[in-house]
Design a protein around this ligand. Structure first.
Ligand code: GAR
Length: 197
C-alpha cells in the first residue's frame, strides 16, 4: 500500500525537494501535501512546480497561541490524510498535544549529531566546541525538542577555516542524502538506523 507523506516546511525547502524527488518508481510513498507556517516560504512554489498540493497556515495572526495555530494546522493536515509527516526545516516548536497525535508517524531532520546541539545555531555551537566532526540526524518526533528515537545520522568533518556557513553547506549535502534514505526505509516499515559516513 502506498504511504501518503505530508512535508512541513518554513523556508526554502531544499530537503522537501529531495524527499519529493525521491518518492517515485518503486518507492513505497508519495507526497500528498507540502504545508508551511509561512505563506511566503520559497519551498511552496517549488512544491507547486512539482505538482504537489500546497497549503499554508500563517502562525503570525495567532500571536503566540500555539494551541489555536495547531488546531488550524491539524485541520489542513487531516484533510490530506497523511500516513507520515516529515518536518523538513519546519521552524515552529510543536506542543506535546500536537506531537501526540502524530507520534510514531512524524519524522524530523536536525542539523547536528543528536543528542548534541538540540535547538538553534547548531553549526556555530559545533565550531565553538572545537568538534572534529559534525553532521545531521533524522529522528522520530516526540514531545521533547529534538529528542526521540534516532533513525539515521550522517557525518562530515569540521575543516580548518570553517565558518557556520561553510559547515552548514557541507551538512546540508548530507541532509539531502540522509532524509530520503531514512524515509524510504521508514515508509516500508523498517526503523533500523542508517549511518552515512
Ligand atoms: C535544514 O538544515 C534543516 O536541518 C534545518 O533547517 C534547514 C532547512 O533547510 N532544520 C532545523 O534547524 C530544525 N530545527 P531547507 O528548507 O533547505 O530544507
Amino acid at each position: 500500500m502506498t504511504r501518503r507523506v505530508a512535508i512541513l516546511i518554513s523556508g526554502g525547502g531544499s530537503n522537501m525537494v529531495k524527499l519529493a524527488e525521491s518518492m517515485t518508481g518503486d518507492h513505497p510513498a508519495r507526497p500528498v501535501l507540502v504545508l508551511s507556517n509561512d505563506p511566503a516560504a520559497g519551498g511552496l512554489a517549488k512544491a507547486a512546480s512539482m505538482g504537489i498540493p500546497t497549503a499554508s497556515v500563517d502562525h503570525r495572526p495567532f500571536k503566540g497561541d500555539r494551541a489555536a495555530f495547531e488546531t488550524a494546522l491539524q485541520a489542513v493536515l487531516a484533510e490530506a490524510a497523511p500516513d507520515i509527516v516529515c518536518l523538513a526545516g519546519f521552524m515552529r516548536i510543536l506542543t506535546p498535544d500536537f506531537v501526540g497525535r502524530w507520534q510514531g508517524r512524524m519524522l524530523n531532520i536536525h542539523p547536528s549529531l543528536l543528542p548534541k546541539y538540540k535547538g538553534l545555531h547548531t553549526h556555530q555551537r559545533a565550531l565553538e566546541a572545537g568538534d572534529a566532526e559534525h553532521g545531521c540526524t533524522v529522528h522520530e518526533v516526540t514531545p521533547a525538542l529534538d529528542d526521540g528515537p534516532i533513525l539515521g545520522q550522517a557525518r562530515v568533518p569540521v575543516l580548518p577555516g570553517d565558518t557556520p556557513e561553510t559547515l552548514a553547506d557541507r551538512v546540508l549535502v548530507q541532509e539531502h542524502r540522509l532524509y530520503p534514505a531514512v524515509l524510504r526505509r521508514y515508509a516500508a516499515g523498517d526503523r533500523t538506523r542508517i549511518d552515512l559516513g
